[in-house]
Structure formats: structure tokens, C-alpha cells
Design a protein around this ligand. Structure first.
Ligand SMILES: Nc1ncnc2c1ncn2[C@@H]1O[C@H](COP(=O)(O)OP(=O)(O)OP(=O)(O)O)[C@@H](O)[C@H]1O
Ligand SMILES: [Mg+2]
Length: 416
């Protein structure tokens, strides 16, 4: 976003200008950043990363030479400086205003109203903030956090009026405001959600195993496009890093639609010439490891296909032989090609069979061939197993003529 693009008037095409957030991933989610000169609610339970994200937003502004203001009611300057230090940031260029409520404001009689010139009812807290904003004329403002303002306002009506007054106050100014809320009030603050131009929700989930998982979601953004849904993010030294949810349709690309061969002639024959670029192949068979989420898989496969990648998925099925095979997830409909592996028994030995069940992009053999894996010879695929019936059940019946038909792998091979 260019410097001249940040003043507040819509850029060409009538698109609202955006303020880069300091996180490349969040900018992608917001289609370029927060629309300028509006008021936003950033909400999330304690520890979800509101302060970190807000500081990052201000530091980005400071980096661009904008006056920025952090109004803190919850964390002291020392605490904020500690947070910044933990990420290797200097708060130089960020105006910190620590709002310590004057002692008398905590007394009941001080809660009576004073009047702003615009005859809007304001509390002491709001008044102090307004003075500071008028002095600094910040392009970006952060309030950390609303829960203290709610406490100081005492009753919900008064609180709502104060928030409305703040919004009105900023309406005529070129300030983009983030109101942080830790959601410690008893019920969801729908009031502020409705007043805000946009709402960003941060979440943190503790998993049974491993580190916590963080994700965010834009739950509202008036008159603007954004990438919906949950986006994972992390907090590490250096700040918040957002990983926008993959939307495959945004990544189309030209590529040559040729096919990729395996180097094993029989396998390529089985596959009708190889695997085509831009398709996904599922290899199903017993034992091994892995687990998928179908929707995410679909998006990921669409993306890879559009990039012309030959994708191979391996899925382990429960059970070893016969019809009792069970797949943990049905992804067979997502794959363009499905290859099935099975164990079968023949002449007192366990052998592997391979067959192609479907191939969306072209013809393939309907045969079942034997597959052999060995360290010395790598992957070997035998002739079609025309001698047997019921190979896929695991216990085939020999129906051929041993003298005439192709042997199993290794049968004609005295070395092994
Ligand atoms: N340098 C760092 N590396 C990794 N994680 C960090 C680092 N600094 C902070 N964090 C993580 O960020 C979390 C705190 O984030 P932050 O202070 O922004 O939360 P918050 O939403 O403002 O919380 P509160 O509502 O309590 O003010 C910490 O709990 C910690 O897990
Ligand atoms: Mg905080």
C-alpha cells in the first residue's frame, strides 16, 4: 500500500483504502488491511493475542511515519514494554497513554455526566482519551481494553453512550481505531459489535496433545470483501503470524497436461500411461499411517491440481485381507485416480496385488497385477493375474492353466 493511498478518501474504483496491519497474512484475510478511518472491535479471551496484534498494527503505522497512539487501561507501560521486548520490538514512535482512572472517578458521585462541546455525554475516561487524541492527531489508535471502560462506566446504558460518543468523536477524524475486548463481561458484547465497522475474533484452543492452536475470524466487515472462515495463526518472537485459509480458486495457473511415468513399465501400463499432471491419486491399502479432514483435503487437492502438481495420497485401511477392509475417511471421491493395494495368498505365501479402480482423466487397465517391493529390485509389477479369481478378497481361487499363463513374480526366478 503506497503512502499516498492512506489518507482516507476512497481510491479509484471506489474501494475503501486499507491500512496494512503489520501481518502479511492478516492483510490477505482483510484484502489489504483494515479499511481506513473506521472503528474496529478486536475480541478474544485473555491471552489470545489482542495486545500483540494491536501493537503490531501500531508499529506498522509508526514504520510508515504515521502518528499512532496506544491507550492502555489494562496493562501498564512497563507491561507493554515487556511484551514489545519479548518480540524484539522497540516502542519508539508509539505514543503510550496509560489511563489511570482518577481516584475520584471511582467514587459514585463522579459518575455524573460532564458535557462535551458537542453535547455528547462523556465519562472522565473518555474525556482524557479525547484530549490525548486531539493533541497527537493519531492515524491509528488502540484502546486496551473495553472491559475497564465498561467497569468505569458502571451501567450498560452509560457505557454504550460512551462508546457511541467515541465513535462519533472519531467519525470526523482520520483515525483507524482498534477497540480490544477480552470478553470478560458476562454476556457477549453485541452492542459494541453492532457499533463497530468490523469485528475480528481471536481464539485459542488447548488440544489434548501438543501446543495450543490459535485461530482468528473476521465476523463482520461492513461494505468490504474479506476472506471468511477461520484462519490459523501463531504468536512467536516477532509477533502474530496469520496463515490464511486456502481458497483454491484464487490460485489458477497454466501448466502442460502431460503425464508422469513411474519407470516401471507394467505399472505405467496399469495406469494407462502414467499419472497426469494436475490430478490427485489415492493409493489405498492395508496398514501404515495417516488421517485427513475431507473438506481441507478437497481445497488442498484443488489447489495442487491447479498448480499442475501430480499428487499422491496414501491411505491406510484397517484390516489386512478380504472384504473386512475399512477406510478411516472416504476420500476416494476427491481423488482423480484411485489405486488399490491388497494382500492375497497364493501357494502358501502372502503376496500383494495392485489395481486401478478409477481414472478420471483417461483409460486405464481393468486388470489386477501383482506388486512386489524389494530392496534389491525396487518396485516390480507383474503380468495381469488372469490365473486367479477373487484376488481382492484375499483368498483367490486358481482358475488358470499353470503351464500356459504368466507366473507370479519370482516364480521363474531361480535366484530368489
Ligand atoms: N515472544 C513470544 N513468543 C511466543 N509467544 C509469545 C511471545 N510473547 C507472547 N506470547 C504469547 O502471547 C500471549 C499473550 O498475548 P497478548 O498479551 O497479546 O494477549 P491478550 O489477548 O492481550 O491477553 P489479555 O487479554 O490478557 O491482555 C502469551 O500468552 C504468549 O502465549
Ligand atoms: Mg492484552
Amino acid at each position: 500500500m503506497s503512502q499516498s493511498n492512506r489518507v482516507g478518501e476512497p481510491a479509484d474504483g471506489g474501494e475503501q483504502q486499507r491500512l496494512a496491519t503489520g501481518s502479511a497474512g492478516l492483510d490477505l484475510v482483510l484484502h489489504g488491511g483494515f479499511p481506513a478511518n473506521r472503528l474496529y472491535l478486536v475480541e478474544g479471551d485473555p491471552g489470545t493475542g489482542k495486545t500483540t496484534l494491536a501493537l503490531q498494527f501500531l508499529l506498522e503505522g509508526a514504520r510508515l511515519g504515521e502518528p499512532v497512539l496506544y491507550v492502555t487501561l489494562s496493562e501498564t507501560k512497563e507491561e507493554l514494554t515487556d511484551v514489545a521486548r519479548s518480540h524484539g520490538w522497540s516502542l519508539e514512535g508509539v505514543n503510550l497513554h496509560e489511563l489511570v482512572p482518577p481516584e475520584e472517578s471511582l467514587k459514585a458521585e463522579a459518575q455524573y455526566t460532564i458535557f462535551h462541546p458537542s453535547e455528547v455525554e462523556l465519562g472522565e475516561t473518555t474525556r482524557a482519551v479525547i484530549d490525548e487524541v486531539e493533541r497527537i492527531q493519531p492515524r491509528r489508535v488502540v484502546f486496551d481494553s473495553l472491559s475497564e471502560m465498561r467497569l468505569l462506566a458502571r451501567d450498560p446504558l452509560r457505557y454504550r453512550r460512551q462508546i457511541l460518543a467515541l465513535k462519533q468523536f472519531f467519525a470526523g477524524r482520520r483515525s483507524t481505531v482498534l477497540l480490544l475486548d477480552d470478553r470478560t463481561s458476562a454476556d457477549a458484547d453485541l452492542q459494541v459489535q453492532s457499533i463497530a465497522h468490523g469485528v475480528l475474533m481471536l481464539e485459542q484452543m488447548a488440544l489434548d496433545y501438543g501446543a495450543e492452536r490459535r485461530r482468528l475470524r473476521v465476523s463482520k466487515l461492513r461494505g468490504s470483501r474479506y476472506r471468511g472462515g477461520f484462519h490459523d495463526f501463531t504468536i512467536k518472537t516477532g509477533g502474530v503470524e496469520v496463515y490464511p485459509r486456502l481458497v483454491a480458486s484464487g490460485h489458477r495457473q497454466e501448466f502442460e497436461h502431460d503425464s508422469v511415468t513411474s519407470g516401471v513399465a507394467e505399472l505405467d501400463a496399469l495406469l494407462g500411461g502414467g499419472l497426469d499432471r494436475g490430478t490427485a491419486t489415492l493409493i489405498m491399502g492395508p496398514a501404515g499411517s495417516g488421517n485427513f479432514l475431507t473438506a481441507q483435503m478437497h481445497e488442498l487437492l484443488s489447489y495442487l491440481n491447479q498448480q499442475g502438481v501430480v499428487t499422491i495420497l496414501v491411505m491406510a485401511q484397517h484390516g489386512f485381507v478380504g472384504s473386512g477392509m475399512d477406510s478411516p475417511v472416504d476420500v476416494s471421491y476427491l481423488a482423480d485416480t484411485v489405486v488399490m493395494l491388497r494382500y492375497f495368498e497364493a501357494a502358501g505365501a502372502i503376496r500383494r496385488a495392485i489395481s486401478v479402480i478409477k481414472k478420471r482423466t483417461g483409460p486405464h487397465e481393468d486388470t489386477i497385477r501383482e506388486l512386489r517391493l524389494s530392496a534389491s529390485r525396487g518396485v516390480e509389477v507383474g503380468a495381469p493375474l488372469t490365473n486367479f479369481r477373487g484376488v481382492l478378497t484375499g483368498v483367490p481361487v486358481f482358475v488358470g492353466d499353470a503351464a500356459k499363463n504368466a507366473p507370479l513374480l519370482g516364480e521363474d526366478d531361480d535366484e530368489r
